[in-house]
Design a protein around this ligand. Sequence first.
Ligand code: ATP
Length: 321
Amino acid sequence: MKTIAVLTSGGDAPGMNAAVRAVVRTACENGIKVYGVIRGYNGLINGDFIEMDLRSVSDIINRGGTILYSARSVEFATEEGMRKAIRTCQEYGIEGVVVIGGDGSFRGARDLSERGIPCVGIPGTIDNDIACCDYTIGYDTCLNTIMEMVDRLRDTAESHDRCSVIEVMGRRAGYLALNAGIACGATSILIPEVPFDIQKHVIERMKKTQRTDKKHFIIIVAEGCDVDCEALAKEIQAKTGVESRCTVLGHVQRGGYPTVRDRVMATRMGNYAVKLLMKDTGNRVVAAQKEDVVDYDIFEALNMKKNIDLDLYNVAHEVSI
Ligand code: ATP
């Protein structure tokens, strides 16, 4: 393989830059020309490429976001858009593409691979919702950011005897909410994977702890629960008498310097992805299983199912009271 490309797609995640850096450096060190594709699959369609060298990725390992920018490309998901992207790859002599993104981006990578452009996916999403992976790039940084924000909210909730209802990201998955809830000592954690009843799981738990003289509360709600944070805060206040405030953390969760774990895993995965392409192996997803970096067929990976750790949920339920 003489020429490859790397792109970031879907929601940005801290650590994507570290992965781009590892891809570019591994390619350069092995005599492979590497193009950085600007704005995900849109860049692949339009030939928006930058030829990269060792120095184009200097000073980015510590930066959040993605220097290649990201996009959600409607055109790429059409047959015509896909054909254009393939034509562009052929024009530039691109023989393999590293796609850093979530499972939507992997569907695009699978389609490209099926049409003769070998692709390797690297899981880059804060949501940790990719079935074949224990961990995705950006998840650890995001979790730590949430923890810091909730700690700050706890200070003010405690000072005013309030209840802080906090909505966290994660799309349809509750990994961020569950782990942040445990790390922050939330009284209740609502996640989409476990059915809940507001009266039983929030109000009665709060009342039970009120009887032990607890006066301030943290309630974590995953965005995938489709619970209106503001309405929940009002309901809590009406039913418990505790002044309650809603905070939707929003995009602050996506930014910031990647943690050690995200930088190290992104570096390992970026290196691994290029090594796969060097063996002419495409249509693969790089995955983290425990502390190992492994790979799966994209098709197989997209059909896998991932379950939330119910033991962990039960631990949270028993301890945070
Ligand atoms: P995240 O979950 O972190 O936002 P993601 O990769 O799942 O990341 P999506 O918006 O679902 O984000 O997908 C990113 C891009 O991948 C889409 O904009 C589209 O261009 C491409 N894509 C998604 N689904 C498909 C599909 N079924 N076929 C071809 N391309 C797709």
